[in-house]
Design a binder for this molecule. Structure first.
Ligand SMILES: [Ca+2]
Length: 328
């Protein structure tokens, strides 16, 4: 499926790209973006210095993935054998991605002119991406196609918020994440690796404890209380590391994995270019989404980033630490 077809699908179907968020739109983007700024709330404590260790070893073994399914895209628990691996301690940041762009001149998917697409709204035929917007009277949609939204300006050019260099980079399509990983000589994690890292790190199987992860407090989508300190993306490493020394696996931004979606409706053309994303985001609330559990998963069009999807790396070439036991 082409990118243009994907955007058309998003425009016409909505649900395939919006994590079950049925209120999507590619229509008018002229309404104020000011209410959607991704800024820390006033009671946010200063974030500690970023951990200088970039990768931590996640010991392998025979593992349980999945859980008693709570949502349609989930499956029951299964046993899988997994080798140990080196996982990035934090999501790739805006600053780190900037280095990649400076070194390579790479142009992300959201910055490219989209292929021609018949019967699409004019704005959908210009470079841009999907941005969360608090619904307003007369427009109940909370996902909008915003012309000019990309990794440099995740909410679009009308928003004055400049990403903190330590924020996870967002508006990253799957191919963008792969390109960055290749440049670094790294790779993206599999779903199994991601889930095992979260489980072995001690992530709560039901929901993150208060202020343990950047999620949504209040009634989504209208009232993010930000009682965890943030009403949008948090700089990486602001919340406590897990037992493995990994930050923000749960919440903050969803993370790409290399696994192709195995959704039940895979026969649908809209499912052809979707990958599994994990971890939930700052938009996951108890009254909606609630996919901040290690077992939770969602499917995302590879060609469409949003302002709440990022990624982290694994280092597949680095040998295990000397004390690491063989995988049983
Ligand atoms: Ca939050």
């Amino acid at each position: 499926m082409s990118w243009g077809q994907n955007r058309k699908t998003w425009l016409m179907m909505g649900t395939a790209l919006c994590f079950g968020l049925t209120a999507c739109s590619g229509g008018d983007t002229s309404e104020s973006q000011a209410d959607t700024r991704r800024t820390a709330t006033n009671d946010a404590a200063p974030c500690p210095a970023l951990d200088p260790v970039e990768f931590r070893w996640i010991a392998g073994g025979t593992l349980t993935k999945g859980d008693d399914a709570q949502l349609p895209e989930e499956s029951g628990p299964a046993r899988v054998k997994l080798a140990g691996f080196w996982l990035g301690t934090h999501e790739v940041t805006h600053s780190e991605f900037s280095e990649f762009i400076r070194a390579t001149g790479y142009i992300t998917v959201a910055e490219r002119s989209p292929p021609p697409m018949a019967d699409a709204a004019a704005d959908m035929q210009q470079p841009g991406s999907a941005v969360f917007t608090i619904p307003v009277d007369g427009n109940p949609n909370w996902w909008r196609w915003v012309v000019g939204a990309n990794w440099r300006q995740p909410s679009g050019p009308a928003d004055n918020h400049q990403p903190d260099p330590r924020e996870p980079v967002v508006q990253i399509a799957y191919d963008d994440a792969l390109a960055y990983a290749k440049w670094r000589g790294m790779a993206l994690p599999s779903e199994d690796q991601w889930e095992w890292a979260a489980r072995s790190g001690g992530a709560n199987p039901d929901a993150p404890p208060s202020k343990a992860a950047n999620v949504y407090q209040g009634s989504f989508p209208f009232n993010d209380k930000g009682s965890d300190g943030f009403t949008g993306r948090a700089p990486v490493g602001c919340f406590p590391a897990d037992k493995n020394g990994i930050y923000d696996l749960i919440g903050n931004v969803w993370e790409w994995t290399v696994d192709v979606a195995d959704r039940a409706d895979a026969a649908s053309p809209a499912a052809e270019r979707q990958n599994v994303i994990k971890g939930g985001s700052f938009l996951c609330a108890s009254n909606y989404c609630a996919r901040y559990r290690p077992a939770a998963r969602q499917f995302q069009e590879r060609s469409l980033g949003t302002d709440h999807i990022g990624f982290r790396l694994i280092d597949p070439t680095r040998p295990p630490p000397p004390q690491s036991p063989p995988t049983p």
